[in-house]
Design a protein around this ligand. Structure first.
Ligand code: MRU
Length: 338
């Protein structure tokens, strides 16, 4: 994506240092963080400075390469990186690839990490080309969370077809679910779409059923964090509700993801580990005050508890198709893994 006239990737590595756009500060501040040690990169994954399945996959691969370059015991580093976030398959895929390469040489670890990042961007571009044909001129598209450029190394999954459609001159409108509690839709997806000049509107998370009931949504495209062998797909919490409502109203519901998100070892969606994050993410919101300084404010009743499951699983039967870098698959076609 171009920001201020310059092309950026979401995360990249130079020598033994990792650089990433600080997604916790967007859309209010655009800042690049430099992570000097592999432990700093782990913390950036945990605290969601970098987030989104593809982007944390690349970051995890870079962290593993950093560990090799910095003389950290690779088995300890591999465990530490694997413990940062549990749900996104790309993270585990990248750690294993780079770990295995690093057993040959440090150089092999670095090239493997770079290859994973490059393949992630290439796959996202191809997903855009495959998915673009699903989008009719004039379409109103709903998306949930952020599966755009910031959720990958570049381009994104769910938003990549949207960007292609817009570049091909189709007049489209995107509805971005707010995606509480961390508001990836209201903050990140909206920021990306504005940068791309794509007409869009932020929707409260609970407005989707109303919009669908009124015929205001033609198509839904979301990303995925892990896709089980039976085609069930884990994605940001709230996705399942949209899929159920879409099925009720006969609205096509597509999941976009590269093959690195497919997990042949997880047979059923129920076996996917769902991350539970801190209740504080529900209790507090962050934004700029009148002087532009970022502040946290409490938005829930002090003293009340909150629950924060970060993902849910949409059953394969509710998914119209999965947009991959090799074309659009029916969820029941995934048994090629067996
Ligand atoms: O918790 P996050 O922000 O890392 O959540 C992951 C996601 O961004 C989504 O679930 C997304 O829709 C698919 S991954 C690009």
């Amino acid at each position: 994506m171009i920001v201020g006239g310059k092309h950026y990737r979401t995360v990249w590595m130079e020598s033994d240092q990792v650089f990433m756009i600080d997604q916790n500060k967007l859309p209010f501040v655009f800042e690049i963080n430099r992570l000097i040690t592999y432990e700093e990169t782990c913390q950036a994954i945990e605290n969601m400075t970098v987030r989104g399945a593809g982007a944390i996959g690349a970051a995890a691969g870079f962290a593993m390469a950093q560990a090799f370059m910095q003389g950290i015991d690779p088995i300890t580093a591999r465990q530490r990186i694997r413990a940062t976030r549990p749900t996104a398959r790309d993270l585990f895929f990248a750690v294993e690839e780079v770990f295995t390469a690093g057993l040959n040489s440090v150089e092999s670890a670095c090239s493997a990490a770079q290859r994973i990042a490059d393949k992630n961007a290439d796959a996202a571009l191809a997903i855009g080309q495959a998915g673009e044909k699903l989008i009719a001129d004039g379409a109103h598209i709903l998306t949930h969370c952020n599966a755009g450029w910031l959720g990958f190394v570049d381009y994104g999954s769910a938003l990549s077809p949207v960007y292609q459609a817009h570049r091909n001159g189709k007049k489209i409108h995107v509805y971005a679910d707010e995606t509480r509690p961390r508001s990836q839709g209201a903050r990140l997806t909206a920021w990306e779409l504005l940068n791309e000049g794509i007409p869009h509107t932020i929707l409260p998370d609970n407005a989707g059923a109303y919009m669908m009931s009124k015929g205001m949504i033609d198509l839904i495209i979301v990303g995925a964090d892990r896709i089980a062998a039976n085609g069930d797909a884990a994605n940001k919490i709230g996705t399942l509700e949209k899929a159920i409502v879409a099925a009720h109203y006969g609205i096509p519901f597509y999941v976009a993801a590269p093959f690195s998100t497919f997990d042949k070892d997880t047979i059923h969606g129920n076996d996917i580990e769902i991350e539970y994050r801190s209740a504080d993410e529900v209790h507090y919101q962050m934004g700029p005050d009148a002087e532009g300084k970022l502040n946290k404010i409490r938005v829930t009743n002090p003293g009340s508890d909150a629950l924060n499951p970060a993902f849910d699983v949409t059953p394969a039967e509710l998914i119209t198709g999965i947009i991959t870098e090799k074309g659009i698959l029916k969820p029941d076609q995934l048994n090629f893994f067996a």
